[in-house]
Write a protein that binds this ligand. Structure first.
Ligand code: GDP
Length: 164
């Protein structure tokens, strides 16, 4: 049974080059997420999709804006500056949304690039703990854990919905 009401608006946030376009491309269902032609499909447009999470359909729209219902806060594990940027963005989000408990998942992308790793798993996890949000490492290149991130955000939105 599909959930009624407007779709969940999920924002992809993070420094340049961390993989936001690659995430959007996987979400949009482009055949090859690393193909730049395909990525443009999702470049600046909204993508809306109905996805199934835990046996229940959820309408999700990816929005390119600061305000959404939930955030995937991306950094690249190969780029420490993008990790620091994610922390800054987390603080900014908290100022925008002090009262509400907006679902956020801290996403360490490019975990396939093991030899170029600059941010350890434990650092990512510790940062998420401080910021009181979930944490996941992904590889858009390998299509590893990307859907888990989207599903995780829908689960958190449902928890919030159900507790209202
Ligand atoms: P954006 O600026 O956040 O939208 O980043 P992009 O999605 O454009 O990605 C920047 C570059 O990193 C592109 O060359 C992507 O192909 C590459 N990239 C994105 N995700 C991954 C990943 O998980 N692993 C690897 N190895 N490269 C990735």
């Amino acid at each position: 049974t599909a959930e009624t009401g407007s779709p969940y608006r999920v924002v992809l946030l993070g420094a340049n080059g961390v993989g936001k376009t690659a995430f959007a491309s996987i979400f949009a269902g482009a055949a090859d997420s690393m193909d730049s032609d395909e990525c443009e499909l999702c470049g600046d447009e909204m993508c809306e999709k109905v996805i199934e999470v835990d046996g229940e359909s959820a309408a999700v729209t990816l929005v390119h804006a600061l305000f959404g219902d939930a955030y995937l806060l991306l950094y690249s594990i190969t780029d420490r500056a993008s990790f620091l940027r994610a922390s800054e963005l987390r603080i900014i989000l908290r100022h925008f949304r002090p009262a509400q408990h907006t679902p956020i998942i801290l996403v360490g992308n490019k975990c396939d690039l093991v030899r170029r790793r600059e941010v350890s798993v434990s650092e990512g996890r510790a940062c998420a703990a401080v910021f009181d949000c979930k944490f996941i490492e992904t590889s858009a290149a390998m299509q590893h854990n990307v859907w888990e991130a989207f599903h995780g955000i829908v689960r958190q939105l449902r928890l919030r919905r159900d507790s209202k």
